[in-house]
Design a protein around this ligand. Sequence first.
Ligand code: PPS
Length: 569
Amino acid sequence: MSLSNLTPIPELYVSPESAQKLKAEAGDLPSWDLTPRQICDLELLMNGGFNPLKGFLTEEDYDSVVETMRLADGTLWPMPITLDVSEDFAAGLELGQDIALRDQEGVILAILSVTDRWTPNKAREAEKVFGADDLAHPAVNYLHHTAGKVYLGGPVTGIQQPVHYDFRARRDTPNELRAYFRKLGWRRIVAFQTRNPLHRAHQELTFRAAREAQANLLIHPVVGMTKPGDVDHFTRVRCYEAVLDKYPQATTTMSLLNLAMRMAGPREAVWHGLIRKNHGCTHFIVGRDHAGPGKNSAGEDFYGPYDAQELFREYESEIGLEMVDFKHMVYVQERAQYEPADEIEEGLTVLNISGTELRRRLAEGLEIPDWFSFPEVVNELRKTRPPRSQQGFTVFFTGLSGSGKSTIANALMVKLMEMGGRPVTLLDGDVVRKHLSSELGFSKEHRDINIRRIGYVASEITKNGGIAICAPIAPYTATRRAVREMIESYGAFCEVHVATPLEECERRDRKGLYRLAREGKIKEFTGISDPYEAPDAPELRVDTTGIDVDNCAHQVILKLEQMGLIAGN
Ligand code: PPS
């Protein structure tokens, strides 16, 4: 079991000539524009990374995978790989029909022969696959808020690989890696899955894992989709390249995997194992809390720290890959070296920096000791994550019409401009509706589009180091959450609930809209004839009743200081 079988595995691509022909004919087919996650899934389907799958799961396979972690024929497969689409698109199809799958620029990557179409029970999928129907789980949130309502299934005919412009030399299909191992005579290969930068502890544990398994090492980082908020893959790959030099020459290689992770802990570990088996590996490192999604909405871990190792062990022979348990490595000061935490005698000084502590040190511009990481890695991280007081951020006001959002937002803008250092942009509700969303009304659908547009612009401002101040009503929790996610991948998000009560807003009725709404002359008016879902846990809540604007804006400034976003004097 521990010697690799490096013969090629089946791919779903047709010959270049057939691909050319299919492409020419596909112009007449209905087209589905793939989402970023679907592009990742499709790439691994086509290149054999998801072998033995031959396409997107049928309904029967899906049910079986969800319930039993097996395809309907009994083959082990723990993750539903489904093509989610909109109801409108699905309604226009007939079973048996071919559809063209296109990337975001419209290039046809594959043809899907639709054999199945169904509306999944997403709550059941969440419970069974991710362990809880809890929106704090990133994949459950995706399932309910991003994925389409209908699933299509059927075999895929591969036309061409998704195009990547970055790190091309570092991307390998399973067959390319197999050929590489074959060429170098590597027969035992231990894979290390990662979505984080590598520091000295990781280097030490992977090095030890390879030694223990008497295997060569494949560092196999995920560059498709990882957990929201992770260090972007461009930075990570530059870090990995720096660390690669620290391994003994000719024992180790690195290849990038365009996988869209689901953070499904134990099931994900089994899935990762099958994927690495397809890539020609014989051993797989499974650590503490493998592919863990973080805390659930009750503040507890979704999975036990060793659940993934246990499930993997149960299926080890079926996966066909040996597990190498992750040894939690810590730094022993007296010996000036890393050792497994469970092997250290009492009385020695153990040093460790957690992920959270590292982020804090980077955010505050503090020193990161040499025993923890490599100077090259720290340097890369600092370039991407300057201290918080130099990063972009977004202040997002939400509240009823007339609650005082715009007035406070204006005051805040002036105060921030007085401080200087970063450009400030105000995306006020009325201004946005004039310049960005003039065609939109106030239905739920239109409000959501409006807020997502604001979120998008704010995320671009944040990404580029500016301050965005938004002040729409933004009445829906789910949409505000989506905006938060968009922005938090680039910088901080400070939600301010302007909680002035409805009676007070109506009493002020600055624009005379409440009167018209009461008279039924304005439909769907927030607070009167349309809902407002107040935020549960905003960074700050202010009520303008009896407090002047300057004071409210000052409260926001204090909050921003507390969050480390503006440096105190
Ligand atoms: S939303 O829900 O976030 O998209 O709304 P927003 O873009 O902030 O627009 C709010 C301003 O539009 C005016 N207006 C209405 N508000 C709520 N409901 C209805 N039906 C409506 N029709 C017009 C209103 O003046 C809001 O301005 P603010 O600044 O909030 O008082």
